[in-house]
Design a binder for this molecule. Structure first.
Ligand code: BG6
Length: 513
């Protein structure tokens, strides 16, 4: 019996047993993501006894790397990037079953070799393995890889045994609606939808999953969760990092594609969706798609619903940092936004008239991801008039997704004393204080869920398309107007004036997280 079967545990959001015997094939095995996230995730799963007893890891990449060297590279990745120290016993269980296959991504013969390699593993083991193909390559080869998984028989052989082959597809899932649809079609020609796991690593974050628990496991929130009590919602995904050495990728992407279309929209969907009928993956994903489809098309252009900007030189953490246009690999007249802010309206019974404000940017004042739900003010009949005595704030419930994970509620309180004075205070719940801080990383959860076959925390094909449908007209418009309308913000600030104007037009202002 695999170790995991002795430990029933929560996955996705529903209860599952352990993963079946599995081989994970990582395409793009010498890439950055493999070293930083995937290998450390596999190691930590082994450390926690969550891998099946029969577990194999096969790296696949264009560079020829002997098995032994691949194992040393993988061990080095664990040492450098894992949240835990490398423990020999936990690592050797993985290393003993790790190998490497070299091949191009568009060479059918290389895929035949991969198929032979997997067959040989199974023959030696004397049983079939579930095959989990993890596509972690540049997006240009996503479709060829999927096609060859089909033609080589690696995926097709199992089409009628869907539990035996699955594919994980990394981001970016397309660059607009047309390319996302084409990719869905290419994948759909080879895999059934329930075999496909599109990654958005934000869904693997503990606090993102906690959003649904907070909303639906507490009776006090749901009655208030609508247009009658909520004034507006703000979602901020701010990063301190700049583009670093990723200029080549980022120039083709920008904040809207890199962060808003995927991560930020997932936060919005979980905040705004209707209660699902169950915790099954399809029930949750149906509700997410419904709410995404209820978002009204954006008004684009001057005084529209969208602001974009690039960071200029500034100070961060006491250090001078260059502007985006001075960064390595960035065109001096680049049209790529490093910040985007939006005003969205959800046209359904629950949310009509409640603005959802979204913003995400690089080189902002502080790394913080939060969802702030601002409630309407109470009638101003009692504590009104003297603003010096009655300092009142609207109640705000904020989900601190990272880095200081927790939940805050802003309440108005009486300041102790003989005179009645009021002041807003913050009620705080911190994950680290209650539960300790060494929680599983997003990729551990996601790799395990894909092995188990739980798609709750992955993006369904129609969900990806719904989000691209909203943003493709914006991208097309920006493409057509060049740099016109591109604002700037100093590195280390909270963003450009145009993002403030977006809210001011509705009598709101961005919260300082
Ligand atoms: C990635 C983006 O998807 O998410 C990066 O491509 C970004 O540009 C990263 O830095 C942020 O992830 P996290 O987990 O650090 O918030």
């Amino acid at each position: 019996m695999p170790d995991t079967q002795r430990h029933p545990f929560l996955h996705g959001l529903s209860l599952h047993r352990g993963a079946p015997p599995t081989v994970i094939v990582i395409f793009g095995a010498s890439g950055d993501l493999t070293a930083r996230k995937l290998i450390p995730a596999v190691y930590n799963l082994s450390h926690d006894n969550l891998l099946p007893a029969d577990f194999f890891l096969v790296g696949y990449g264009r560079t020829a790397i002997p098995d032994e060297e691949f194992r040393s590279l993988a061990a080095a990745a664990v040492r450098e990037f894992s949240r835990r120290e490398l423990r020999e016993d936990a690592w050797s269980r993985v290393a003993a079953h790790t190998s490497y296959v070299a091949g191009a991504y568009d060479d059918p013969k290389a895929f035949d070799r991969l198929a032979e390699h997997l067959d040989a593993l199974e023959r030696k083991l004397g049983r079939e393995l579930q095959r989990l193909f993890y596509i972690s390559t540049p997006p240009s080869v996503f479709a060829p890889i999927v096609r060859h998984l089909g033609t080589s028989g690696l995926a097709g052989r199992h089409r009628d045994q869907p539990h035996h082959a699955r594919v994980i597809v990394e981001k970016p899932f397309g660059k607009d609606l047309g390319s996302a649809r084409a990719l869905n079609t290419a994948i759909g020609a080879v895999f059934a939808e329930h075999q496909v796991y599109r990654i958005d690593h934000y869904l693997g974050k503990e606090t993102v999953q906690d959003l649904l628990v907070q909303r639906f496991a507490n009776a006090i929130f749901e009655p208030l969760w609508n247009r009658n009590f909520i004034d507006s919602v703000q979602i901020t995904v701010a990063e301190e990092v700049g583009v670093g050495s990723r200029g080549g990728y980022y120039e083709q992407s920008g904040a809207l594609r890199d962060m808003i279309q995927n991560h930020t929209m997932q936060l919005l969907a979980l905040t705004a969706m209707e209660p699902p009928g169950s915790l099954e993956a399809e029930a949750i994903r149906d509700e997410k798609v419904k709410v995404l489809n209820a978002i009204q098309p954006l008004t684009i252009g001057p005084a529209g619903d969208v602001a974009r900007a690039q960071y200029s030189a500034g100070m961060l953490g006491g250090k001078a940092v260059p502007g985006y246009l001075e960064e390595e690999g960035i065109a001096p007249d680049s049209n790529t936004e490093t910040f985007a802010a939006l005003r969205l309206s959800i046209n359904n019974w629950r949310w009509q008239g409640v603005p959802f404000y979204l913003r995400s940017g690089k080189r902002m004042a502080r790394r913080v991801t939060e969802i702030a739900v601002n409630f309407r003010r109470p009638p101003g009949t009692l504590f009104a008039g003297e603003t010096s005595r009655f300092d009142l704030a609207a109640n705000t419930l904020s989900f601190q997704i990272q880095p200081d994970e927790g939940l805050h509620l802003i309440l108005n309180t009486k300041v102790p004393g003989l005179e009645t004075r009021t002041q807003p205070v913050k009620m705080n719940f911190r994950y680290a204080t209650t539960f300790g801080s060494n929680t599983a990383e997003a990729y551990e959860r996601l790799v395990l869920d894909a092995m188990i076959g739980d798609g709750t925390l992955f993006i369904r094909g129609d969900e990806a398309e719904a989000s691209w449908k909203l943003y493709t007209p914006v991208l097309d418009y920006w493409n057509s107007v060049g740099r016109s309308g591109m604002d700037t913000y100093a590195a280390g600030s909270w963003g450009p004036a145009s993002a403030e104007a977006l809210l001011a037009a509705r009598g709101h202002g961005w919260r300082q997280p």
